[in-house]
Design a protein around this ligand. Structure first.
Ligand code: PMP
Length: 320
């Protein structure tokens, strides 16, 4: 068994909290707030990749992540005090204040601190606290990372229970139960089915399969987070690789007989799935579509491939 990501644990020197850059050690939440705020937080995971030749840090699809943060807040009826443009500027300020020059994971969180009485009525329509923080991570792109996945015995949440399209902390107990079960059983990750037995996604990433040459992924109304990376991968497969992409229902047993399975997500980047329930996917090696997507994704997020400039927000002034 191995850890999923090799994130550095070093905290940033500064976080952005409610409009100010605050030294990390001073950005604290009262201990009494933690229980009350436990599930009342929506968040994003955004990555920024360092381009050494340009001495530039590129934030990947910042606008799309902020759009999803605001969608999450709307669905859970948080009324933010900041506009998306202000948070985009705050993200740049925070990364610059920390003088970050390495691959970095950026985490915006909107949360109720729970200092007031822990009653739902005090949260209705209230403005959340907002914090932006960052930590270094090690990319596995171009290493052809592969996972052995199990189909989980846990069922994916559904829209009318706790909507999976909301990136709310409380949803992640569902993912964690599935991940933990798979991990203790010797797998790297789990794939969750919905209550009708259809494939949804992995515990922190969306799922693609290649079947009869067609790239297939569950649609956004099949119990998945509306993933930014999923959209990126669909567009790369269609527009750059010229492949047919279908968004449709996927059966568990299709994963056993298809040519390729792979996962995509901001944290996940892209990862091949080389077995499902201990059945090898095709020959049990990362497949050609995955390898092409991995190369494209790596080159685009680091700004080595200059296409799709709207997907990269540069943090620093260009040096030349
Ligand atoms: N599904 C889940 C459950 C996730 O946590 C993530 C990671 N945010 C994804 C999918 C991938 O989403 P994105 O590509 O926007 O990071």
């Amino acid at each position: 068994m191995s850890a999923r990501f090799d994130y550095s644990t070093a905290p940033p020197a500064y976080v952005w909290l409610n409009g100010k850059l605050v030294p990390w050690a001073e950005a604290t939440v009262p201990v009494t707030a933690m229980g009350a705020s436990g599930g009342l937080a929506v968040f994003e995971g955004v990555k920024a990749y360092w381009n050494p030749a340009e001495e530039q840090l590129y934030i990947v699809r910042l606008d799309a992540h902020l759009k999803r943060l605001y969608d999450s807040m709307k669905i859970v009826r948080m009324v933010p005090s900041y506009r998306p443009e202000e948070l985009a500027a705050a993200a740049l300020d925070m990364l610059r204040a920390n003088q970050i020059r390495e691959d970095t994971y950026l985490r915006p969180v909107a949360f109720y601190d729970g200092v007031k009485l822990p009653s739902f009525r005090y949260t209705v329509g209230a403005a959340p606290d907002i914090c932006l923080s960052a930590m270094a991570f090690h990319t596995h792109l171009l290493q052809h990372k592969a996972k052995a996945c199990a189909v989980s015995s846990w069922t994916r949440l559904s829209d009318n229970q706790s909507p999976p399209r909301v990136k709310v902390m409380s949803n992640y107990q569902n993912n964690r139960l599935a991940f933990t079960e798979a991990f203790v059983d010797g797998y790297d990750d789990a794939i969750l089915l919905d209550e009708r037995g259809k494939v949804t996604e992995a515990t922190g990433a969306c799922l693609f399969m290649v079947r009869d040459g067609v790239v297939v992924t569950p649609s956004i109304s099949h119990g998945i987070l509306e993933s930014v990376t999923r959209d990126t991968v669909i567009r790369l497969c269609r527009d750059v690789l010229g492949l047919t992409v279908q968004e449709r229902e996927v059966d568990r047993t299709e994963l056993y007989v298809c040519e390729e399975v792979f996962l995509s997500g901001t944290g996940e980047e892209v990862t091949a799935v080389t077995s499902v329930d201990r059945l090898p996917v095709a020959d049990g090696q990362p497949g050609p579509v995955f390898l092409a997507v991995e190369r494209l994704y790596h080159d685009l997020v680091r700004g080595l491939d200059r296409r799709y400039p709207e997907w990269r927000t540069p943090v620093y002034e260009p040096t030349s």
